[in-house]
Design a protein. Structure first.
Lengths: 360, 302, 315, 503
């Protein structure tokens, strides 16, 4: 028996629900294995995951707080991947964005919050964007592979940040600990709810998703991005300025990742250090792909990934299981959802050998 | 027996890391003695740190231990929100009333002493030192070690490198090899991996924080040890007795409190050197000698 | 200048370069095999961790060093198979599948290590591979110390370079792998299985990657640590491109990287911090980027890289 | 019908793609030594049927027998083993390997050593016998299409096939190359090989085949013995109705619209390099550019398409030199460009028909306002284009990749001709198109000329050039010579110029 794949034109809502449910169930079943291995009870664990992610205002706030940078890095990946620009460098762009936020917002400029916050955001966006424009130019000029270059730049940027926070940017009040001077209070994002960590970065992320949706669906640039991504040669032939479009995509993509950095610094941390991001840039790729590169879907995918992590992490604490379980649960859920997405795109047909006509 | 209190620790590193392991082991020991119920999270990122603290706080622990170095502001904010919980956090900043106490591994005293041993022993007058990151609590120990070595051997030179990782023993080993190749005959093993290089090349090493002499027979000249037990036990007792205050528990790392000590392999180090170190140790204990705390980044002097 | 001469003239320096290069050689060969067949494997970083952990654990539990090597190979192969199922059979995004594998392999390794050995206070150790010495050869000036400070795994890595080159360029299998990475249709039209070849290549390549990790815990060191892989897998992804997907150049690239790393460590040790240490740490990455830019135009990309293949579909 | 001579029979083959039935209970049988031509419009199901036969696709119903033995479905390996060889419509070659390696691929045990020398001997012998000359050691990437084609055929012959399928093998060959191929095929057939030959060029079909099978809409439309067939009959059978003959009246050339003046173009490849090229295109004439593929047509096309500017000399549009490589500016100035490779350069497969029709003008006021797309306008334009140009597709929202080659070409015609362009570049305008589509394209091009456009037709098909061109240019080794009005030329004279000999 062999099987054959047939592309589905469009999946029905019922199928989508079914697949999401199936993926969720599969993930739960898989998660039971490590939980049992560590001597815990899977059913308690399931309850605790949900509770840890959504069970209280605090939990919800933490989930959304963690989703915030993922939305932005997810959008960064989504827009780049649409143009087949393989930006694996959101991590580095995030740090560069955060770095410029600190450069601009820690006292260099004195202005009221109404102006300072947008200034800081623009600085982070532009810096992140430039960070992606470099590999894009190298690709265009020299044919250098952007996957590798953006990946390598991540390491360079993090080392640069380390160097700066140990050197010129070091906070004299940090007692020697390598961290930068803090942002001015006027440059920081307000909390959405007092005493909870979620902040205006979330609004920025959601707004960015909506804007990107408009860009992709409604604008000429979105049209051009799609054409350039799907068939560069045909786009060029039809007169779409391929290189310029790619550079615009690079600016937007890197810029969004840079905004993620601004958001972490201005919304959560208050200053820059080399441990600002636990891999938000890489997770953004996963988020974007889970969302099928859809801008609005990215918001949901980011909340999903954040909720799984926060919930599982909280569960590990409540059950006394090693907290490395959290990443494991995220990995397992991710793989299940990925496979689920496959069933939405394809229908599987089983083939028997065609029966020979009798007596031929 | 008094009632068992719940203690939570939030580590930014895995619990094997030398630094955290000293406290982790002390906490495990207290748990095994039935004094506390101990829960912990390890490898917690800066981003997650505040959430983890709050989750433990909501679970209702009596004492929370951790490292505030990279997360001073949120850690202090959490403490402010939970005045009924006692916080004992690694920090380079002062404690905050009423419940935020601080500590650090102030083992510069034994480091100085091991420096004396190394300074006396080196023949090439080159000592290699491999560190993780150049942060205050690493710099402080290296500087004390260097001061100790120079006090007995002004000719001593130091080769220093940082591998920019807490956990990359193969890399630390390579850095150590490089120092041997540059002429070092004694290695200061701030990280895992350095003593391995010393052992492989048949030279000597100085241990840091934990005693690994059994793992490297004939290699470890002396070690500056940190013992978290006095501080942890004191903190547990203080919490139980209601006398926990927002003070600096860092002093419990000092030799006079038994929080740190120097151990020597007299056969390797030589009786004279050990005697000199022990004499200095006595001065430290009686307060007549103070080891300077210098958090500046040290650099090679080859 | 004397310092430079000192460093480059010393056999120990070259020994260090080879040692640092060894895990990269395994990794870059593994990535090369996968990519030659048209499959990017970003799972490499996690497969390194899993190989380091599983190989070490097997030795710790008494399987013997070569038993550990086999366990590492099997572990890598297993994660490779998973990547193959996702990226080849189901044709899912190779980027995401790879990153997912890295996340899974890493977290599973950590979780297993912590849960299997819950009470460790300091990392348990094994007796690792020891340098081989061949009487006569080991005593050669310069080459003796440079080569024969190495453990069997380094020689295994070098042997694999030759083996992979041989298979790729001298056997019909290699022909098929190169073809399937360039144009799967060419392979299917000649009656070979596109899926079979790709799955095989990803499994074999991933097994090799795991040896890169195993080298860290069984040869370069004797214990497993969280985070000890420290980006080495990602470096291999860059080195493959640098090597234009050729085993010989892959060896060269890994050795260059090793030499540079050994050099910067030595320079730091000998002349101290004239510039912030990070500058040195950055240089290998920056130089890799420069090298990539220089070789890019000449690089012979596997044209079908990243492209899924479904039988009976238009492509 | 089952004679001992029958090597291959397909019985009741049905293949559905979703709602579309590409093959509908088709029967076909092939005898030893027979050359069966398989004809049909674009999308009639020819390639699909061959893909089933070869195991690329799995049929929904029906069986394939080779020498009476049932062939397991979906296995090219089994088909090869049973002695079926296939030369694919789109080359199935690994470009990073040499010709020899492509031929060897899959013929030896995966770990067998040292097969290469033996393979080379065998291939060289086949080359000697068949006359299919190729440099076996060159990478396929550097071979011309004709050479690639020969590698494909050698691949099949190397396996001692009993049945050889050729899916439009001549679509990319020059007339000489095609003639060479036919000689080989006749010889092979004489030795007992059964051949299935797919082509849209009726001349070829009539000259090489022994029997003709015509498909229409996935069904068998008819079967003819070649000796009894003529063009009209076949064409009518294919299309299901009479095909209109395209008539061309004499040209009345007016002012010069486009001029090449001493143009030099230096490129890495000789395909695009040009030396000292000068010619003019005038309003109301069709100029045919003849030449063996790879002699500089690419460069001329790139210059008129706005993908390049000359390194020396000038291309003058309406008397003004083009100074920037900017396709959009040319489009705006009224230049219509049809790309040589319509799938690769012509359409974005995953975008809709409507998007592909609008793509050259999205930035213009016609389809956008202040950076926002005017979807309504795009939809309206697509709907009218689909009707006017008879683009067969599910609708304006269907993805372009689902269209057959002929319909993609019609889409491109609709895109470029709608604006009443003044200069038209038609590069291989009917390559791979069926007769119906061909005459439709020709009709449109002639209509545009009659309206006053200047047209340059680049084609390797001399029949096509003679059908369209008022005047001939011939390109050879990067140089262009003027061959004069078409009514004073014959194929022989043009062929000499194409070979680089002065007439
Ligand atoms: N300056 C140019 N003029 C004309 N055609 C070009 C030019 N540059 C590239 N092309 C053609 O455009 C097509 C695609 O462009 P490009 O090489 O930039 O992308 P790509 O290499 O396909 O991208 P990726 O590496 O992401 O797949 C190729 O067919 C190439 O030959
Ligand atoms: N893999 C596929 N998936 C979906 N539709 C397909 C597929 N292959 C072919 N088709 C459709 O089946 C029909 C027959 O296609 P086929 O390629 O067999 O035509 P053809 O007769 O070879 O045409 P041409 O002369 O243009 O080569 C077309 O409508 C085509 O779009
Ligand atoms: Mg390219
Ligand atoms: Mg066809």
């Amino acid at each position: 028996m062999s099987f054959r794949l047939e592309a589905r034109a469009d999946a029905s809502i019922a199928l989508k629900l079914l697949v999401s449910l199936g993926a969720g169930l599969a993930a739960l079943l898989l998660v039971a294995i490590p939980v049992l291995f560590a001597g815990g009870s899977p059913f308690t664990a399931y309850g605790l995951i949900i509770q840890g992610a959504f069970g209280s205002m605090f939990a919800l706030s933490e989930t959304l707080n963690r989703a915030t940078p993922l939305i932005l890095t997810g959008l960064a990946a989504a827009v780049a991947f649409r143009a087949r620009l393989w930006n694996i460098g959101a991590e580095g762009q995030l740090y560069i964005g955060a770095l410029s936020a600190v450069l601009v917002g820690s006292g260099l400029l004195q202005m009221p919050p109404m102006l300072l916050i947008p200034t800081v955001m623009i600085a982070g966006f532009v810096a992140g964007g430039l960070m992606m424009i470099i590999p894009t130019l190298l690709k265009q000029r020299f044919g250098a592979d952007e996957v590798v270059i953006t990946l390598l730049l991540n390491f360079v940027v993090i080392l640069l940040v380390q160097m700066l926070v140990e050197g010129p940017l070091k906070d004299p009040l940090s007692m020697g600990w390598p961290q930068s001077v803090p942002l001015l209070a006027e440059a920081k994002f307000d909390k959405l709810v007092p005493r909870l960590r979620m902040h205006w970065g979330l609004v920025v992320g959601v707004a960015a998703a909506i804007l990107l949706w408009v860009l992709v669906r409604k604008t000429v640039l979105g049209f051009e991005i799609k054409a350039v991504g799907e068939n560069r040669a045909a786009a060029r032939f039809a007169g779409i300025p391929v290189d310029a479009t790619m550079l615009k995509v690079a600016l937007i993509s890197g810029g969004l990742a840079g905004l993620a950095g601004v958001s972490e610094v201005a919304g959560v941390k208050g200053y820059l250090s080399a441990d600002l991001s636990p891999g938000f840039g890489y997770s953004g790729i996963v988020v974007a792909m889970l969302a099928g590169l859809s801008p609005v879907g990215t918001v949901f995918a980011a909340v999903f990934v954040a909720a799984v992590f926060v919930g599982a992490d909280s569960m590990s604490r409540a059950t006394g299981i090693s907290n490395y379980l959290a990443d494991l649960v995220v990995a397992l859920s991710l793989l299940c959802v990925l496979i689920g997405g496959f069933f939405l795109r394809f229908r599987i047909r089983y083939e028997r050998a065609a029966a020979p006509a009798a007596g031929a | 027996a008094q009632d068992v209190i719940k203690v939570a620790a939030v580590w930014t590193v895995p619990v094997e890391q030398q630094w955290a392991s000293r406290l982790h082991n002390a906490l495990v020991a207290a748990q095994e003695r039935g004094e506390i119920e101990y829960v912990y999270s390890e490898n917690t990122t800066a981003t997650d740190y505040e959430r983890v603290m709050r989750e433990y706080a909501e679970q209702g622990v009596a004492l929370m231990i951790g490292e505030a170095f990279a997360v001073e502001a949120p850690a202090r904010a959490v403490a402010a929100d939970y005045p009924e919980i006692s916080f004992l956090m690694g920090s380079s900043l002062p404690p905050v009333e009423p419940n935020f106490a601080t500590f650090d591994n102030f083992i510069q005293e034994p480091s100085y002493l091991t420096g004396m041993i190394a300074g006396a022993k080196t023949e090439s007058n080159v000592i290699g030192m491999v560190g993780g990151f150049a942060i205050p609590e690493v710099n402080r120990l290296m500087n004390a070690f260097i001061a100790g070595a120079l006090s007995v051997n002004p000719e001593a030179k130091f080769s220093i490198s940082f591998i920019n990782s807490w956990y990359d023993p193969p890399k630390a080993k390579e850095a150590a090899f490089a120092m041997v190749d540059a002429g070092a005959d004694i290695l200061y093993a701030e990280r895992f991996g350095v003593s391995d290089a010393a052992k492989e090349r048949g030279i000597l090493a100085i241990g840091n924080v934990i005693d690994t002499s059994a793992d490297y027979p004939g290699t470890i000249l002396a070690s500056a040890l940190w013992d978290g037990t006095p501080m942890i036990d004191k903190a547990i007792a203080d919490v139980k007795g209601g006398s926990f205050t927002a003070s600096d528990y860092g002093i419990y790392a000092f030799m006079e409190y038994g929080g740190s000590s120097a151990v020597y392999d007299e056969a390797l180090a030589g009786a004279d050197a050990v005697a000199a170190a022990k004499a200095k140790e006595a001065e430290i204990l009686d307060g007549s000698f103070k080891v300077e705390i210098n958090d500046a980044e040290p650099s090679s002097t080859l | 200048m004397d310092v430079l001469l000192d460093i480059f003239g010393s056999a120990n320096f070259w020994a260090a370069a080879i040692r640092i290069a060894t895990p990269l050689i395994f990794g870059v060969l593994g990535a090369l095999i996968c990519e030659r067949a048209g499959v990017l494997n970003l799972g490499i970083e996690g497969i390194f961790v899993a190989g380091a952990m599983a190989g070490w654990l097997a030795v710790y539990l008494g399987a013997g060093l070569w038993g550990g090597v086999l366990v590492a190979l099997a572990t890598g192969a297993t994660f490779g198979l998973l990547h193959a199922v996702l990226a080849v059979i189901l044709g899912l995004s190779q980027h995401v599948s790879g990153i997912g594998i890295t996340l899974l392999a890493t977290s599973l390794s950590y979780f297993t290590y912590r849960t299997a050995l819950p009470t460790v206070t300091s990392p348990p150790r094994i007796v690792p591979f020891q340098p081989v010495s061949i009487p006569g050869l080991s005593d050669l000036p310069f080459f003796g110390p440079a080569l024969f400070q190495q453990t069997p795994l380094t020689f295994l890595a070098l042997a694999f370079v030759a083996l992979v080159a041989f298979v790729l360029y001298r056997t019909p299998l290699g022909l098929a792998i190169r073809a399937v990475g360039d144009n799967p249709a060419s392979v299917e039209a000649q009656g070979l299985s596109v899926r079979g070849l790709r799955i095989g290549a990803v499994v074999a390549g991933s097994a090799l990657m795991a040896l890169g990790g195993a080298f860290l815990t069984m040869s370069a060191f004797d214990a497993f640590f969280f985070g000890m892989v420290n980006g080495r897998g990602w470096i291999c992804i860059a080195l493959v491109v640098f090597a234009s997907w050729q085993p010989g150049k892959a060896l060269l690239g890994a050795l260059l990287f090793g030499a540079f790393d050994a050099f910067q460590i030595r320079l730091q040790a000998e002349i101290g911090q004239v510039v912030p240490g990070q500058v040195f740490l950055m240089l290998p990455y920056l130089l890799s980027i420069v090298a990539l830019v220089l070789v890019a135009r000449r690089a012979d990309y596997p044209r079908a890289l990243l492209q899924p293949w479904f039988k009976g579909q238009r492509h | 019908m089952t004679s001992t001579d029958t090597v291959l029979s397909l019985e009741g083959i049905t293949k559905r793609f979703g709602k579309l039935t590409a093959n509908d209970h088709l029967d076909l049988s092939l005898r030893r030594g027979e050359i069966l031509a398989l004809l049909g419009e674009n999308g009639a199901g020819k390639t699909t049927l061959m893909n089933i036969l070869f195991g690329h696709y799995v049929q929904d119903e029906g069986v394939v027998r080779v020498n009476g033995e049932m062939l397991p479905p979906g296995s090219p390996g089994a088909a090869l083993k049973a002695g079926i060889g296939m030369v694919h419509q789109h080359f199935a070659l690994a470009e990073n390997l040499s010709g020899l390696d492509n031929i060897r691929l899959g013929t030896e045990g995966l770990f067998a050593l040292g097969g290469k020398a033996a393979a080379r001997k065998k291939v060289e012998q086949i080359i000697a016998e068949s006359g299919l000359e190729v440099d076996l050691d060159r990478k396929v990437a550097s071979l011309t299409v004709g050479e690639k084609q020969r590698v494909e055929i050698l691949k099949a012959l190397y396996r001692n096939v009993r049945v050889l399928i050729l899916d439009e093998p001549t679509a990319v060959l020059t007339p000489q190359e095609a003639e060479g191929l036919f000689t080989v095929l006749r010889r092979l057939a004489a030795n007992g090989l059964g051949v299935i030959f797919i082509s849209h060029k009726l001349g070829e079909v009539l000259s090489v085949s022994t029997r003709i099978l015509v498909l229409r809409g996935g069904r068998k439309a008819g079967e003819l013995v070649t000796a009894d067939a003529d063009r009209r009959a076949i064409a009518d059978l294919m299309v299901g109705k009479a095909v209109a003959e395209v008539k061309r009246t004499a040209a009345t050339p007016a002012e010069t619209l486009l001029e090449f003046s001493d143009v030099h173009l230096r490129r890495g490849s000789t395909r695009e390099s040009l030396r000292n090229v000068g010619f003019a295109l005038r309003a109301g004439e069709i100029v045919g550019l003849a030449g063996v593929s790879g002699n500089g047509q690419g460069g001329i096309a790139a210059l008129i398409s706005g993908l390049a500017v000359p390194d020396q000399g000038a291309v003058l549009l309406y008397g003004e030199p083009i100074t920037r490589a900017d396709p959009r500016a040319l489009v705006a100035a009224g230049v219509a460009r049809m790309p040589e490779d319509r799938q690769h350069d012509g359409v974005v497969g995953t975008m809709s028909v409507a998007d592909n029709i609008a793509i050259e003008e999205v930035r213009s006021g016609a389809f956008s306002r202040m950076g926002l797309l005017d979807r309504k306008a795009m939809q309206a334009r697509a709907t009218s284009a689909i009707a006017a140009y008879d683009i067969r597709c599910p609708g304006p929202d269907a993805e372009a990749r689902l269209l057959s080659g002929g319909n993609v070409q019609k889409l491109i015609l609709a895109r470029v001709l709608e604006r009443e362009p003044r200069v038209i570049l038609a590069n291989q305008p009917t390559r791979g198109l069926d007769v119906g589509a061909q005459s439709e394209v020709h009709r449109r091009i002639i209509a545009a000329r009659d309206r006053g456009a200047a047209v340059l037709v680049i084609s390797e098909d001399l029949d096509e050039l003679f059908a369209l061109a008022d005047r001939f240019l011939v390109v050879h080794a990067g140089e262009v010579s003027d061959a004069g009005p078409s009514d004073r030329l014959d194929r022989g004279a043009v062929g000499l110029l194409m070979a680089g000999q002065a007439a």
